[in-house]
Write a protein that binds this ligand. Sequence first.
Ligand SMILES: [Cu+2]
Length: 103
Amino acid sequence: MVSLAFINPIDKGIEMGEINLSVSGMTCGSCVKHVTNALQRLDGVQDVAVDLAAGKVKVTRATDKSDDLIATLIEDGYPAELDAGGTPKAKQGGGCGRGCSCS
Ligand SMILES: [Cu+2]
């Protein structure tokens, strides 16, 4: 187990990390809401910014750990991977991820 040493990382001036993900299966506002909520529940996540059109998610987090973010999204039916930058390659179209409540 990793013990988190920080209490309030912002007050301590610790820089938040930004993690950029490519996420497939986000096709509507419900998907965005689900993805945002799912990621915000994870440790140290301060902010989640979803770009639905581009299939990108930017997570602001106290660590640069990303495997649990990706695992959570995949579990919910949104295939995700680290976005290395450059051309978006997330596929659009097809149905919503399983976490979506729009249907
Ligand atoms: Cu949806």
